[in-house]
Design a binder for this molecule. Structure first.
Ligand code: F6R
Length: 246
């Protein structure tokens, strides 16, 4: 694992974007795994700035990590809507090149399988951007998720519903279920970039990077991946050992 500690969210975004842009130079049709939430926001903004200098994202394929179950895709809080509005449209990614699990499918299991098949048809995710939950979740793989899990219907923990309440009227308004890439699915990405900022992420980052590899901390599975870059600000790095947090 490569751990990079930066001063502030803007630098975090610059470092994250630099990694994406390197992949894009190698392959204009980059298959990019995109997380929603606050952590990758400055990375997306830096990528949008790159677009204004002429970088072309029109051939990029964006693959979502997860989606709420039961929110219409037209709902602005659905991840399908968020990713189109905040990532694909500003970058100029073609709408048909945005792949999101179907949270409104009558049969969520089939929708999950269809999503996995679609990712395989793309040749897999080349670079996956991830945030991390305060409880160590990746995607919506809450503590206890199996390391070999695949895209599936899952239940959001109370912690996650509380954390995501800021986008809703309150925690009880946050959907209870989701479709999420499994940890096994995420681990098949060729490269992974984990982004985290703020003191509230420090314990989860330390557990993921330095703690035991255990399903109690889903993100600790990343220690088994051969190509992971963790980019954190000083606050999120606050509980890492001194040797790493330089
Ligand atoms: C987002 C996702 C989640 C978030 C995590 C951190 O698609 O799957 O795992 O990455 O909850 O959220 P933020 O970045 O908002 O702190």
């Amino acid at each position: 694992m490569d751990v990079v500690v930066v001063d502030g969210q803007d630098l975090l975004g610059d470092r994250g974007a630099a990694l994406v842009l390197r992949e894009l130079r190698a392959d204009p049709g980059l298959v990019l795994g995109v997380a929603t939430g606050s952590s990758p926001a400055t990375t997306y903004r830096a990528l949008v700035r790159a677009r204004t200098t002429g970088v072309d994202f029109s051939e990029v394929r964006c693959v979502a990590l997860d989606e709420y179950v039961g929110l219409p895709t037209s709902d602005p809080r659905a991840y399908d809507a968020v990713l189109r509005r905040e990532v694909a449209e500003p970058l100029g990614v073609r709408p048909e090149n945005v792949l999101v699990p179907d949270g409104n499918a009558a049969d969520p299991g089939r929708a999950a399988d269809a999503f996995e098949a679609a990712v395989r048809r793309l040749g897999g995710v080349r670079m996956q951007l991830l945030g991390i939950g305060r409880n160590g979740h990746l995607g919506f793989n809450e503590p206890g998720s199996a390391f070999d899990s695949r895209t599936r219907l899952a239940t959001l923990s109370a912690t996650t519903r509380a954390d995501n309440a800021r986008f809703f009227e309150g925690p009880e308004d946050v959907p209870e279920h989701c479709l999420t890439q499994g940890l096994g699915t995420i681990m098949e990405s060729a490269k992974i970039v984990l982004l985290a900022s703020g003191r509230q992420k420090a314990a989860a980052v330390a557990a993921a990077v330095e703690g035991p590899v255990t399903e109690a901390c889903p993100a600790s599975v990343l220690q088994r991946h051969p190509d992971v870059t963790v980019i954190v600000d000083r606050e999120a790095a606050g509980r890492l050992t001194a040797s790493l947090a330089t």
